[in-house]
Write a protein that binds this ligand. Sequence first.
Ligand code: FAD
Length: 453
Amino acid sequence: MAQYDYDLFTIGAGSGGVRASRMSASYGAKVAVAEERYLGGTCVNVGCIPKKLLVYAAHFAEDFEDAVGFGWTVGERQVDWTKLIANKDKEINRLNQVYRKLLEDSGVTIVESRAEIADPHTVLVGGKKITARYILVAVGGWPVVPKFPGSEHAITSNEAFYLPTLPKKVIIVGGGYIGAEFAGIFHGIGVEVTQLYWGPLFLRGFDDDCRTTLAEEMKKKGIDLRFNVDISKIEKRGGSLRATLNGDVNVDADQILYATGRVPNTGSLGLEKTSVRMKPDGSVMVDDYSKTDVDSIYAIGDCTNRMQLTPVAIAEGRAVAETLFNNNPMKPNYMNVPSVVFSQPNLGTVGLTEAEAREHYVSIDVYKTNFRPLKHTLSGRSERTMMKIVVDRATDKVLGCHMVGPDAGEIIQGLAVAMNCGATKAQFDATIGIHPTAAEEFVTMRTAVEPRI
Ligand SMILES: Cc1cc2nc3c(=O)[nH]c(=O)nc-3n(C[C@H](O)[C@H](O)[C@H](O)COP(=O)(O)OP(=O)(O)OC[C@H]3O[C@@H](n4cnc5c(N)ncnc54)[C@H](O)[C@@H]3O)c2cc1C
């Protein structure tokens, strides 16, 4: 190994790169990681963490309203956006330092610079060549705004986290989870929100009942959610922006946020100098062990476009470290990966949607409930919670659990454990609930809705 400067050189200190680097070092490898922007990557700086902090901030609006029904007198309230962003930034800075310490304490060398690949065992950092037995590409992704007249006036989630002033009116374009989350954030903080999606219903890939329930709940809250619509041009008019929808309808806003997609950060990375294969979207092609077509180059996380989630990038990073430096070849497990849209209310999901289950199984049973949560009997809020279980009729195995309602993420996480253990509906039924909770509904749904097969 001494013929190389390092055993492992990781490009990108985000969720996946940090985990792979630290674990490899813990197995005795000599490791360096290059980071050109911020330690912790997207999740810590412009992703999960700042997003969730803003989701908390937004939800206070409803908490104050709901408190009145419980006897509280709630006075005048307003949000100080500058203070909120400053406090968020303070926490992000603290986390950047936590990541630095984690890497340093593991003995990983941090190279705060852009790195590019020169050949299968060499990276270029500031014109200097560094060699490594293995190179790990963990460069993540970057949001893009499609090109059309006036598209330069649009912002992405990256800028939304640092807006100097709170806009009065925002248009959000995109029907993915990031768009739905920012719609909830801005609406909760008091911004007038229009969310647009070009298709007939947003959140493609999630269970249809969850998609329709969330759309209804968001509209009830006052979010102007429009489907089958897209922006054809944006014009700057003094201090505001005018979006033309479908060629004829105009909507004015202070900011227009595009959450329509992210591309892998693989441009000019030097991969083209190797025989690593890429997909048309720029993502790196890898095998089950995250190895590319070049034996010494591995790739993990968002830049491989398998499942763009932090815990998945982390699992892939861990598997690479186990495979390369712990004599323990490991494939990441993509079974029953739970995920949540931190919209208001949350949408949580694990396993197959009803549509996927119908496609892959001969016959299924679907259990569904839709109710007004206990809290809202006093708060007066009309928000409803929807829960759903999808079961394989032949084996009784639970194939999917889905929920729209408060704390869906907290509830679905535990169900993912049960599903990974192969839980059956009978075992769900045999589990005693916690009363009174919303979660207990997952173990008390007894009657399948009319099977559609
Ligand atoms: C708004 C938003 C909200 C999200 N919310 C969630 C959520 O709630 N839950 C969840 O699980 N996931 C969420 N995600 C997704 C999650 O952030 C990503 O899946 C995760 O960060 C991917 O990790 P990664 O290691 O692949 O890449 P990243 O975390 O993006 O890290 C890549 C790093 O590589 C660096 N880099 C790139 N090129 C180079 C180079 N040439 N040289 C040196 N450094 C380089 C980048 O600066 C970056 O720091 C969210 C994403 C966004 C944008």
